[in-house]
Design a protein around this ligand. Structure first.
Ligand code: ZN
Length: 88
């Protein structure tokens, strides 16, 4: 996790050359043109900003095949799948 990372001091700066691997296909994820990668996770519907599971990096095209321990409960209204663009 790189929560709290400050950006803006240098747009071209690399943060340790960190690599992101897709949770589904285990292939590397390259940040998009805006330097973001997609992360997916599960939150409780009453606390949509708090991850219960994840977030994990995931390709856009792989997200429909993502499996979580909460799959049985997602869709019942209690847990929700959530995604974010995270600065890579
Ligand atoms: Zn993938």
């Amino acid at each position: 996790m790189i929560a709290g990372l400050q950006t803006g001091d240098s747009a071209s700066r690399r943060f340790g050359g960190m690599e992101y691997v897709c949770e589904v296909c285990k292939q590397r994820i390259e940040p998009n043109a805006r330097g973001k990668i997609r992360v997916e996770g599960v939150t409780h519907s009453s606390t949509p900003k708090a991850w219960i599971w994840g977030p994990v990096p995931c390709h856009d095209e792989c997200r429909l095949r993502l499996r979580t321990p909460y799959d049985d409960q997602v869709g019942t209204g209690e847990y929700v799948l959530t995604w974010q663009d995270m600065t890579a």
